[in-house]
Design a protein around this ligand. Structure first.
Ligand SMILES: O=P(O)(O)OC[C@H]1O[C@](O)(CO)[C@@H](O)[C@@H]1O
Length: 516
């Protein structure tokens, strides 16, 4: 099957028409509180247990009929064939003619007939052996990861999320922005003889990363640093460019790993240095369990698929344009930022995989902060604002600390917020009225460890695949980031010269203002 040409636009399917009719007749007036009143088993029937992740989906604006029709929609859209094509290594990233095989990075040795698996494991072994050496090297006290987008967000999120498993005596820094304030602040804290710089870039051409890498190398040399081979390593598919840059220690990966799907590859080296080889393998193991679940579980029990379908229901029928991520665990504080790239760069598209205009909305805006902080900032809008925003709670049953009372309060707040959003509270006075009937999904992990964390992230990857598949888009390219890059190249020399010829009046005026 060739993907794209044979996939119908989702809004031209029979199921879509039935969903539209159902939404118009009943969906608009759907009230969660009534559903819980009439169905004592709603929690059980709308909850799912996937590997390491439990999801209560019962507080969503979905009834049995919608759930069935959404699965019918998936079938009509060829979702199951599309999923099989990804796992078969077909070039589902059709605009770049690339396979999409981040799942292979998590596959145990010998578990797949894919020809690349042996090389995946050879690279993984080499990278983990290197990570172990760095961990054992007490002279290296600081690891500075220089990378942006997928070469920053995943590793940074993981190092923070799994900090309780981290090797003592080493600090991890992440420099992504071309804004020199960021690198400068890190360089003020480190010494050349005790620092390892990891230059992380799939392409090894990204302007921000190359600028930071050059400045880091210049600083290293100017501070009397010796032995680039010991203090710099490259993580890239472009091994030749890393060599030209002067880096001898390189860990490679493959063009079938998308940047935002790359924390499982050599891009994960800072994670491996932080948590060690066994924990890194456990993280891959958890993700692999989620891969198998996504690849094989029937749609009804398939958590990533059900979540992706829910996203389509909310975006295209309810018209919700955003989703708020509320991790009730401070170690997951970078999860919202990571998910912004994962979902918005993957599914922020206006054409289908063949380049034809879509007539339905695609990626929602994702945003959020850890609870309970968000409660004292923007939850006001979630409870009483004019727009409905589905909220996603992520709670962890077991705390990794023994401070009395904290974890109970944290979990109580997560439960209370989900309850308040749904129940609401009528008040005649207006200001104190909570409308309620506001949807949320509640995830529970037993504990936050490498395996559960790996499973959680893989769940999100496959959820994004699912909604992208229904919309018929290519979730694995990102042409939308190109135009700004090209224009920045034109503008950079103008900042020095002051030349505003050919610029629109606003850009010209701002350029003059910034030149001072
Ligand atoms: O790893 P690289 O090649 O430096 O790219 C960094 C990021 O830039 C992007 O290409 C977007 O500009 C992302 O997709 C990617 O994660």
């Amino acid at each position: 099957m060739s993907y794209g040409t044979s996939r119908p636009h989702c809004d031209r399917t029979v199921a879509w028409g039935l969903l539209r009719a159902h939404y118009d007749a009943q969906g608009r007036a759907f009230d969660l509180r009534d559903e819980f009143r009439i169905d004592a088993k709603r929690f059980e029937s709308f909850s799912l247990q996937a590997p390491h992740v439990f999801a209560d989906m019962s507080k969503n604006l979905v009834d049995n009929h919608v759930r069935s029709l959404m699965m019918e929609l998936a079938r009509e859209c060829g979702f199951e064939h599309h999923r099989a094509a990804m796992f078969a290594g077909e070039p589902v990233n059709n605009t770049e003619q690339r396979a999409v095989k981040h799942w292979l990075l998590r596959a145990p040795r010998g578990s797949s007939g894919d020809a690349d698996l042996a090389e995946v494991h050879a690279t993984l072994d080499a990278m983990l052996a290197y990570a172990q050496r760095v961990r054992a090297d007490s002279k290296i006290t600081d690891v500075v990861n220089i990378g942006i987008g997928g070469s920053d967000l995943g590793p940074q999120m993981a190092v923070i999320a799994l900090a309780q498993f981290a090797v003592p005596g080493k600090r991890f820094h992440f420099v992504s922005n071309v804004d020199g304030h960021e690198l400068d602040a890190v360089l003020r804290q480190v010494k050349p003889e005790s620092t390892l710089f990891l230059i992380a870039s799939k392409t090894f051409t990204t302007i921000e990363t190359m600028t930071n890498a050059r400045s880091a190398r210049a600083w290293f040399e100017s501070q009397g640093g010796q032995d680039i081979a010991r203090h710099f390593a490259a993580l890239t598919t472009n091994v030749a460019a890393a060599g030209e840059f002067g880096i001898a220690t390189t860990f490679g990966f493959w063009d079938w790993v998308g940047g935002r799907y790359s924390m499982w590859s050599a891009i994960g080296l800072p994670i491996a240095i932080a948590i060690g080889a066994d924990n890194f393998r456990a993280m891959l193991g958890g993700a692999h369990e989620m891969d198998r679940h996504f690849a094989t579980a029937p749609l009804f029990e398939n958590l990533p698929a059900r979540l992706g379908l829910l996203d389509v229901w909310y975006r295209n029928f309810h018209g919700f344009t955003s989703r708020s991520i509320a991790p009730y665990h401070s170690a997951l504080r970078r999860l919202p930022a990571y998910l912004q790239q994962l979902e918005m760069e993957s599914n922020g598209k206006q054409v289908d995989a063949q380049g034809r205009a879509l007539s339905v909305g695609t990626s929602p805006v994702l945003w959020g902060e850890p609870g309970t902080n968000g409660q004292h900032a923007y939850f006001q809008m979630l409870h009483q604002g004019t727009d409905v925003v589905p909220v996603e709670f992520i709670a962890v049953r077991d705390a990794a600390h023994s401070l009395e009372g904290h974890h109970e309060q944290l979990l109580a707040n997560a439960l209370a917020q989900a309850q308040a959003l749904m129940q609401g509270k009528p008040d005649a006075g207006g200001h104190k009225n909570f409308p309620g009937n506001r949807p949320s999904t509640f995830f529970v992990l037993d504990r936050l460890d490498p395996a559960s964390f790996g499973a959680l992230v893989a769940m999100y990857e496959h959820r994004v695949f699912t909604s992208g598949s229904i919309w018929g888009i290519n979730s694995f390219d990102q042409w939308g980031v190109e135009l700004g890059k090209v224009l920045a190249k034109d503008i950079a020399p103008r900042l020095a010269s002051g030349d505003t010829q050919g610029l629109d009046a606003s850009t010209a005026g701002l350029l003059a203002k910034l030149r001072g």
